[in-house]
Design a protein around this ligand. Structure first.
Ligand code: SAM
Length: 249
């Protein structure tokens, strides 16, 4: 299911920035896998597709020659622009408000990166991504599971199962195999917690249950959320497997 732009604009309000601890943990692992595969970021041109708030572009900017970052969501990019200017990185990072499909590649990049973004999910988008680099690429996607304590409890109470497919990292690695492109896939666990107000928690849970094709029992959802509420907030903890694929064209 393609998520609408408004979804990402809303998520931008709570999406982590480069300073977030969980994001820093992920970034260390991702860059570690890439370096082990032979990627050297020093003085390189880098394309970051679906860059969000600049979670990966900002830490890479110190080493890179130039980063071209694109994203569909204006709200994500406003946060990125603010941090970029505050950190005096205007010369290093060019930001474009564009979807991946609409983005025109004028010159190939030394390294292309797509992390946790549905921008690169179809076969055509995979191929455009692979063709955007003259040397290395890094893809980060869901691994085999994503567990959220409260959503999972409610799923069980609705006798539901997770019918949503994860495994994007594996799908991309398989695509590379079919094209005989040398690559390496490594998995890691990422975990994060988010505080929601009661109303936002209700909206969050209902939207997730609907995405799992469940008709939510609103009374049951409200009861569970009220039980979980402490100091006027509800904390959701997610543990998910992510996969990093480093490749060389
Ligand atoms: C989960 S965030 C990932 C942000 C960042 N890459 C990271 O790893 O933290 C997904 C981002 O992809 C962007 N996005 C979604 N669909 C897109 C598309 N078709 N073209 C460009 N960006 C897209 C969203 O706006 C959002 O900022």
């Amino acid at each position: 299911m393609e998520l609408p732009n408004s979804y990402w604009d809303k998520l931008a309000l709570r999406y982590p920035r480069y300073t977030d601890e969980s994001i820093q943990h992920d970034a260390r692992f991702i860059f570690g896998v890439a370096r082990y595969f032979g990627v050297d970021f020093e003085d390189k041109t880098i394309l970051d597709i679906g860059c969000g708030t600049g979670t990966l572009a900002i830490p890479l900017a110190k080493e890179a020659l130039k980063i071209t970052a694109i994203d569909l969501s204006k709200s994500m990019l406003e946060i990125f622009e603010y941090d970029k200017t505050t950190l005096l990185l205007d010369e290093k990072i060019d930001i474009f408000h564009s979807s991946w499909d609409d983005f025109e590649i004028k010159e190939r990049f030394d390294i292309s990166l797509a992390s946790m973004t549905p921008a690169v999910s179809s076969q055509e988008q995979f191929n455009k991504f692979i063709n955007s680099t003259s040397d290395f690429g890094i893809f980060v996607g869901w691994g085999e599971y994503k567990n959220n304590d409260i959503v999972d409890d409610l799923l069980t109470l609705h006798n539901g199962t997770k019918n949503k497919t994860f495994g994007q990292a594996k799908r991309f690695a398989t695509h590379l195999s079919t094209q005989n492109i040398s690559h390496n896939l490594e998995y890691f666990e990422s975990s994060w917690s988010d505080d929601y107000s009661y109303d936002d928690a209700l909206e969050y849970v209902i939207s997730h249950l609907i995405r799992f094709d469940i008709v939510p029992n609103k009374e049951l959802v409200k009861e569970v959320l009220l039980e979980k509420m402490q100091d006027n907030k509800i904390t959701f903890t997610t543990k998910a497997q992510k996969g990093v694929v480093a490749f060389r064209v």
